[in-house]
Structure formats: structure tokens, C-alpha cells
Write a protein that binds this ligand. Structure first.
Ligand code: ATP
Ligand code: RIB
Length: 293
């Protein structure tokens, strides 16, 4: 069992389901409401832990009921939470998620996630140095992402960067990451709107893995571009699909799977997530995943 350290965001998701997505200025009646654990960092940590990795979370929550709820949820999923800092006077991050017309729209309020600092990284430096894989996303300050990548690079620790939400990345960030996992939309933000996915992939063999929703994921193995298909499932909510993919990919890589096998594993896990409501609602355990044909 390998060790995964996630440095990232922790949110509580307010999930509204509705038949119709309201247009600007419009009010619609919805169907259901749920308050569920979320945040790209926490989601990836839960996915990695459920899929068998020894997983640690480095992040911040507010001193409030959402923070307690988030930490308890991580612990229930077997994620080690000692490196989560509870900060005063800033609320835990929240996300407003509308699931309608077979897709989601999300607004995130960072709250305590923007309190994740270089000092917090320094405080947990030994944990980070001991990781087989560090997982990063972009819901914490960019300077902390850059700093963590630099530390990992200097200490030969592998890092997977999930560049979400989509933002422009510096060449140093791209260079220092061992794996980068954008979706097709994020790929265009990073490498330009007219960039050709195949050409970009060829520049980053066995490093850039582009997720393709219902079509799976693709990467360049040094010889050819490979598309690894995912499973045909009944989609309820795709929220957390990318996070499950990243957590699953990390869990498989740290236990020694090849990149292609790790992508197959990640696809399988992510395809199970989309069959249930909520980012973590359908995330499988290793046993559940193994039991699936
Ligand atoms: P998210 O909805 O979490 O933002 P994303 O946009 O980051 O997801 P996607 O490329 O949409 O990332 O999906 C990530 C992975 O989830 C895919 O590579 C695939 O394995 C799985 N997945 C997503 N959508 C579907 C689907 N409709 N059917 C089966 N698997 C899916
Ligand atoms: O990737 C899904 C996550 O994005 C949600 O859980 C929400 O909190 C936002 O961070």
C-alpha cells in the first residue's frame, strides 16, 4: 500500500437538483436538496483512501459545523486528518451545485481553503517528503501549489496536478508536475483554445492524461496516443468524476500499476461515481470496484 498526500480544498456542497437549469433572472422550482461533503482535494483524498491508498489530507477548514462535518467525513473514509488546520474567523469552503439537464454548474466560495499557506506546507514537510504521490488541485492559492511542487521536485516526490478549476499554468508548474490530469476544457485553458490535443499530448509522454468524460481518457505512451475507454453507465450526476479519476489513478500508481492499468482502474472508479448523486456519493471502495464486471 503506497502513501498519498493530498494538499487541497475541503468544501461542503449544497446540491440542488432540478429538471430545468434557471436562466439569468429566472426562478424555477427544483426537486431535491442535499448538504454533502465535497471540495476537489477532499474528494480526491476520499477516493484514494477508499481505493486502498494510505491517505493524508493537508488543508484548512473554518471553526464551524461545516468544518466538523468535513473532517468527520474524511475520517470515516479512513483519511488521516491530523494535517488539517482549523482556522478562526473564516468559514469552511462551500460549493453551490445545480444538477439539471444531465449536467452540473458549480459556484465555489473558497473560505478557509485560501488560508492554506506555505507555512502549512512547511509544518507538514516531513509528511510531504514521505509521500509516494502528492495530489494537488487549484482551489487553494496558486503560490502554495507552486511552492509544494517545488518542494516535491527538490525531494524527488511524485506529484499529480489536477488543474481544476481551469486556470493558466506557468511553465515551471507544468515542468515540476509528474502527472497533469486536465479535462478537455482545462486542456484548452492551459495550452490555448486552438491547441490540438494530440500535438500537446506528444510533448508530455506518460505525464499528461486528458480525461474525456464518457469517452474515458487519453495519453501518449512515447510511441502512440492511447485512448483508454471507460464504462457505459446510467449517469445520475457527474460531479466528482474527475476527482475520483485522480484519486483512483494515484491509488493505482502508488501500488505499482503501470500507467495504462492505472488509467483503466481510474476510469472504472470514476464511472461508478457518476451513477449516484453527490461528488462522493458513488465513489466505490476497492472491494466494490473489484466486484464490478
Ligand atoms: P467533473 O464532472 O468531476 O468536473 P471532469 O470534467 O473533471 O469531471 P471528465 O473528463 O468529465 O472530468 O470525467 C472524468 C472521468 O470520469 C472520465 O475520464 C471517465 O472515466 C469518468 N466519466 C465521466 N463521465 C462519464 C460518463 N458519462 N460515463 C462513464 N464515465 C464517465
Ligand atoms: O470536483 C467537484 C467539486 O468541485 C465539488 O465537490 C465542489 O466542492 C467543487 O470543489
Amino acid at each position: 500500500m503506497g502513501k498519498v498526500v493530498v494538499v487541497g480544498s475541503i468544501n461542503v456542497d449544497m446540491v440542488f437538483t432540478s429538471d430545468i437549469r434557471p436562466k439569468a433572472g429566472e426562478t424555477v422550482m427544483g426537486n431535491t436538496f442535499q448538504l454533502v461533503p465535497g471540495g476537489k482535494g477532499a474528494n480526491q483524498a476520499v477516493a484514494a483512501a477508499k481505493l486502498g491508498a494510505e491517505t493524508y489530507m493537508v488543508g484548512c477548514v473554518g471553526n464551524d459545523s461545516n468544518g466538523d462535518f468535513s473532517i468527520k467525513n474524511l475520517q470515516e473514509a479512513n483519511v488521516k486528518t491530523e494535517a488539517i488546520e482549523v482556522v478562526e474567523n473564516v468559514p469552511t469552503g462551500v460549493a453551490n451545485i445545480v444538477v439539471a439537464e444531465k449536467d452540473n454548474s458549480i459556484i465555489v466560495i473558497a473560505g478557509a481553503n485560501f488560508e492554506v499557506s506555505k507555512e502549512l506546507i512547511d509544518k507538514n514537510i516531513e509528511l510531504i517528503k514521505s509521500a509516494d504521490m502528492v495530489l494537488l488541485q487549484l482551489e487553494i492559492p496558486m503560490e502554495v501549489v507552486e511552492y509544494t511542487l517545488e518542494i516535491c521536485k527538490n525531494n524527488n516526490v511524485k506529484v499529480m496536478l489536477n488543474p481544476a478549476p481551469g486556470m493558466v499554468l506557468s511553465s515551471t508548474i507544468i515542468e515540476n508536475a509528474s502527472y497533469i490530469t486536465p479535462n478537455e476544457h482545462e486542456l484548452k485553458i492551459i495550452f490555448g483554445p486552438s491547441s490540438d490535443a494530440s500535438e500537446v499530448l506528444k510533448k508530455y509522454p506518460n505525464k499528461l492524461i486528458v480525461t474525456l468524460g464518457s469517452k474515458g481518457a487519453m495519453y501518449y505512451d512515447g510511441n502512440q496516443i492511447k485512448t483508454v475507454p471507460t464504462y457505459d453507465v446510467e449517469v445520475v450526476d457527474t460531479t466528482g468524476a474527475g476527482d475520483t479519476f485522480c484519486g483512483g489513478l494515484a491509488a493505482a500508481l502508488v501500488r505499482g500499476d503501470s500507467l495504462e492499468d492505472a488509467i483503466k482502474f481510474a476510469n472504472k472508479a470514476a464511472s461508478m461515481t457518476v451513477t449516484k448523486l453527490g461528488a462522493q456519493g458513488g465513489m466505490p471502495t476497492l472491494e466494490e470496484l473489484m466486484g464490478r464486471a
